[in-house]
Design a protein around this ligand. Structure first.
Ligand code: GLN
Length: 481
């Protein structure tokens, strides 16, 4: 079911929030053993659904009344374990809700479960979860993408109508593309990061997953908005649902460098088709260039690891989660961090610490900052010619489990189309736009800062004119419906 259908049913009294919840719990029971998209169910979900019923009975207007939502496990949930799929945070129970979680509860949503992810949101396949990988609902031998793979797989398989993930370098958009759903990374600062466990703070942003543009807008309208508890939060009111149905005269800039870069045939075909469909709808296309894009991946993996090495210093066996007692404080830290972090987290801490170390700082981190500024200037140039930019979300569809885990560089290359957007703080949206050998293919739309709503108008024109052929449910979802 779509979130909009659930809302209509709850409002008309056809189903109660508790009945909706039970429907989804049954789907979870049937599908979760094959997918492992979830780390834990919310044991208080029924209680919360009943509380929503009471609020409705008292006449409250609830924009997400009774809609179940899955949350990536790096979003703090009061009283409900939040692990970031890491041993080092196993059994950590936050004493507060993240702002986005608080907002969802206020709107009457029911928190269904916490979703699997790559440890501390580092990875592109969800295979770096300390609790085992998630599988792609389209092909169980393939990855769902990452790091928000659990959230994407939950929505694609119909275990939840909506989910939240986080996107530091593509972790909402790339799994959305791999799983055939919509994923949106808002302008940096539009969604509060309060209660989102920090990965790389200058890049992190919470983002929604949904099966239609209208559902994506519904959730975006709830999570965006100013929050005094996040110092980088912007004062911009969301207008996503309002933007639907608008047909602004937009020019789309196809990013030359991302089209040239070794895309698989199905991805190129989807790009061509996207262009054809929108041109027929009167949208103009031009070619734009981002010369500094070739440095984006290198820049990202220096900037993000530097921030990670600093952010992850707090997991030292003192305040949070795991503690492996040693002979003294230093030994306790060493033992805790050795036992608690998985291989990818360790690799990034080491790389980031190196990049920031005395004597290397200018050569690596300083240079990355300069490259970041060049990239920003390139985007500004491109936006002088186009209102929205277009690239594939990923050069290829979902790959096989195990295909890249032993080769960090080839895993990092999965992010080639998504990281630049985070480095510059822009909004990006991945939409389902094709298939390659039965696997979904996604296209990415990018807008200037705070013009996020444009992406929704454009995505909806494509969705409507293709009549949902690219937003089919994953086969596994149909089999168990
Ligand atoms: N795949 C990218 C990485 O491994 C992006 C991660 C993310 O967006 N959280 O860093």
């Amino acid at each position: 079911m779509l979130a909009h259908e659930i809302l209509a049913q709850v409002r008309s009294g056809e189903r109660t929030p508790t009945e909706v919840l039970r429907f989804y719990l049954k789907r979870v029971e049937a599908l979760e053993p094959q997918l492992h998209a979830l780390l834990r169910l919310n044991p208080r979900a029924e209680e919360e659904a009943r509380a929503v019923e009471q609020r409705l009975a008292q006449g409250e207007e609830l924009p997400l009344a009774g809609v179940p939502v899955v949350l990536k496990d790096n979003l703090c949930t009061r009283g409900l374990e939040t692990t970031c799929a890491s041993r080092i945070l196993e059994h950590f129970v936050p004493p507060y809700d993240a702002t986005v979680v608080e907002r969802l509860r206020e709107a009457g949503a029911v928190i269904l479960a916490k979703a699997n992810m790559d440890e501390f949101a580092m990875g592109s396949s969800t295979e770096f979860s300390a609790f085992g990988p998630t599988r792609n609902p389209w092909d169980l031998q393939r990855v769902p993408g990452g790091s928000s793979g659990g959230s994407a797989a939950a929505v694609a398989s119909g275990m939840a109508p909506l989910a939240l993930g986080s996107d530091t370098g593509g972790s909402v958009r790339q799994p959305a593309a791999f799983c055939g759903v919509y994923g949106f990374k808002p302008t940096y600062g539009r969604v509060s990061r309060y209660g989102l466990v920090a990965c790389a703070s200058s890049l992190d942003q919470v983002g929604p997953f949904a099966r239609t543009v209208a559902d994506l807008a519904l959730l975006s309208d709830r999570i965006c908005g100013h929050d005094p508890r996040d110092s980088t939060s912007l004062k911009a009111e969301p207008g996503f649902t309002r933007a639907l149905g608008e047909r602004p005269a937009l020019t789309v800039g196809v990013v030359r460098e991302s089209v040239q870069a070794g895309n698989s045939p199905g991805v190129l075909a989807a790009l061509e088709n996207f262009r054809r469909v929108l041109e027929a709808e009167g949208v103009r296309f031009v070619e734009v260039s981002l010369p500094a894009l070739e440095y984006a991946l290198a820049t990202y993996y220096i900037a993000m690891t530097a921030e990670v090495s600093s952010n992850l210093a707090r997991y030292d066996g003192t305040l949070y989660g795991l503690r492996v007692a040693g002979q003294d404080v230093t030994d306790t830290m060493r033992k805790t961090r050795s036992a608690g972090f998985g291989p990818e987290a360790k690799r990034r801490i080491l790389m980031g610490t190196f990049a920031l170390s005395a004597g290397y700082y200018d050569a690596y981190y300083g240079k990355a900052l300069r490259a970041r500024a060049r990239l920003k200037a390139d985007f500004e140039q491109a936006f002088a010619h186009a209102d929205v930019l277009l690239t594939p979300t990923s050069p290829f569809p979902a790959f096989k489990l195990g295909a890249k885990t032993d080769d960090p560089l080839s895993m990092y290359l999965s992010d080639i189309d998504t990281v630049a957007v985070n480095l510059v703080g822009l909004p990006g949206l991945s939409l389902p736009a094709g298939y390659e050998e039965g696997l979904p293919v996604g296209m990415q739309l990018i807008a200037p800062p705070l013009q996020d709503e444009r992406l929704f108008s454009l995505a909806q024109i494509f969705e409507q004119s293709t009549g949902g052929v690219f937003t089919k449910a994953a086969p596994i979802a149909c089999a168990s419906a």
